[in-house]
Design a protein around this ligand. Structure first.
Ligand code: SF4
Ligand code: SF4
Length: 128
């Protein structure tokens, strides 16, 4: 099971197709991140932990808060698709059965009112 140290980095690299070691820690991704107000770890810090090879990353909340707005991806001077890195971290968690949203978490009213596409999108992103 992937979940420790450099294994996480290698898996993220494989899934995302991005090389975290290209990151030069400029911080442009974090500066423009639309989720930075509620993230426990900013995109630049995520990249740094990947470089260090830290399995701790899988327990952080930032990947779930990321809205895939692509600001980080557009800004990165090293051409790293940071949004794909966040997506890969979510995928790794989902592979180990971790979810942050389940149908049972939502009341009947929400399930009835929210557009089906929004629900499908939310469960695809947030459920294992
Ligand atoms: S894609 Fe995610 S990590 Fe990147 S700027 Fe948007 S919210 Fe932040
Ligand atoms: S913008 Fe790119 S190079 Fe700069 S910190 Fe973010 S990932 Fe690293």
């Amino acid at each position: 099971m992937t979940g420790t140290g450099i294994e996480v980095t290698l898996k993220v690299r494989e899934i995302s197709g991005q090389n975290p070691f290209l990151c030069m820690q400029c911080g442009l991704c974090s500066a423009g991140c639309t989720g930075k107000g509620t993230m426990d770890m900013l995109p630049r810090q995520v990249m740094r932990l990947l470089q260090f090879g830290s399995g701790k990353l899988l327990d952080e909340r930032s990947m779930w808060i990321c809205t895939t707005c692509l600001t980080c991806t557009a800004r990165c001077p090293r051409g790293i698709d940071v949004a794909r890195v966040m997506e890969a971290l979510r995928a790794l968690n989902q592979r180990r059965g971790v979810s942050v949203l389940a149908p049972a978490d939502l009341g009947a009213e929400i399930l009835a009112d929210v557009p089906q596409m929004a629900l499908t999108s939310a469960f695809r992103k947030l459920s294992a």
